[in-house]
Design a protein around this ligand. Structure first.
Ligand code: PBG
Length: 323
């Protein structure tokens, strides 16, 4: 028995554990997603996402102030539009809730980094992430539309645009469109590695964005693949993505680790709605300790290699980090 090294020595007290801790979760790691809706004075809880709300712009601004006061550096804005059509034109309408919320939050809390989610599924009548030719999402025509969405959000005041559609070539198209509008300092956070996942279920209720027919498997990735993830990352780096995202998070941390090891740009993970809903449901039933599970999960995302964590738990986690 070799007892020269006893690993338990370095676990004896909270202070010694803190001294040798390899990963520090901080409030600066978080991005908090917001869902903005038309109207005023609206604050309605999303049934499948307890403690998350549909907010009108005035309410979103109030929450943004609290988010900034907690030290969280960034929000990501999603929206429900006033109208939907075949091509999703409310996605680049400057009077849509997302664009107005971006402008209002930027004005009220200028230091808070605003990420705009660039996609069409919340805005198209059919719920797909691009424009259709029969039942096929036309990649190259969709690029023009996504570019308009990105430019509109950047012009409203977004610091970062985050395309989540999974069309080929969209990073290059969006970069070119931003630069052509002299929006050279707006960053692109690419949902480069986005799997066709069952974990988005609650979000699709929240954002009213479920496809009316079929699924997203012709554009989002097969959960079985990791070499393909590296291919997507390489393409998006080449096209000019500033930050690379892997989504979902919990079941995909091996992908996060591989991507982190391979590239020299920041890596984000999206701790998605289904992951959140499972934790909330189990906690509500008294089956798990929510505080412990959330802090453990977020710490492990960072340990796996994430530099940025987009999470609906951000408000609670920020308070718990402060305790
Ligand atoms: C839009 C989009 C989705 C999510 C973020 N952006 C849904 C989807 O692709 O169907 C999911 C976020 C979550 O589940 O929390 N394309």
């Amino acid at each position: 028995m070799n007892m020269k090294l006893r690993p338990r020595r370095l676990r004896l007290s909270e202070n010694v554990r803190a001294m040798v801790r390899e990963t520090q979760l901080t409030v600066k790691d978080f991005v908090y997603p917001l869902f903005v809706v038309p109207g005023s004075n609206v604050r309605e809880e999303i049934p499948s996402m307890p403690d998350c709300y549909h907010l009108s712009i005035d309410q979103a601004v109030e929450l943004a102030k609290k988010i900034a006061a907690l030290g969280i550096p960034a929000v990501e804005i999603f929206g429900l539009p006033e109208y939907k059509d075949e091509i999703g034109s409310s996605a680049w309408d400057m009077s849509s809730p997302v664009q107005r919320a971006i402008a209002a939050i930027k004005k009220a809390v200028p230091e808070l980094i605003i990420v705009g989610d660039v996609c069409l599924c919340q805005y198209t009548s059919h719920g797909h992430c691009g424009c259709l030719v029969d039942h096929y999402v036309d990649n190259d025509r969709t690029l023009e539309l996504l570019s308009k969405v990105a430019v509109s959000q950047a012009e409203a005041g977004a610091d970062i645009v985050a395309p989540s559609d999974m069309m080929d070539g969209r990073i290059a198209a969006i970069r070119a469109a931003l630069d052509a509008h002299n929006l050279i300092n707006v960053s692109i956070m690419s949902y480069a590695v986005k799997y066709a996942s069952g974990f988005y279920g609650p979000f699709r209720d929240a954002a009213d964005s479920a496809p009316q027919f079929g699924d997203r498997k012709q554009y989002q990735m097969d959960p079985a693949n990791i070499r393909e993830a590296l291919k997507e990352v390489a393409l998006d780096l080449d096209e000019g993505a500033d930050i690379i995202m892997v989504k979902p998070a919990m079941a995909y941390l091996d992908v996060v680790t591989r991507v982190r090891a391979q590239i020299n740009r920041p890596v984000a993970v999206y701790n998605v709605s289904g992951e959140y809903a499972m934790v909330k449901a189990a906690a509500k039933n008294g089956w798990i300790d929510e505080h412990r599970i959330v802090m453990e999960t977020l710490t492990c995302m960072k340990r796996a290699g994430a530099d940025i964590i987009i999470t609906y738990h951000a408000l609670d986690a920020a308070r718990w980090l402060d305790d």
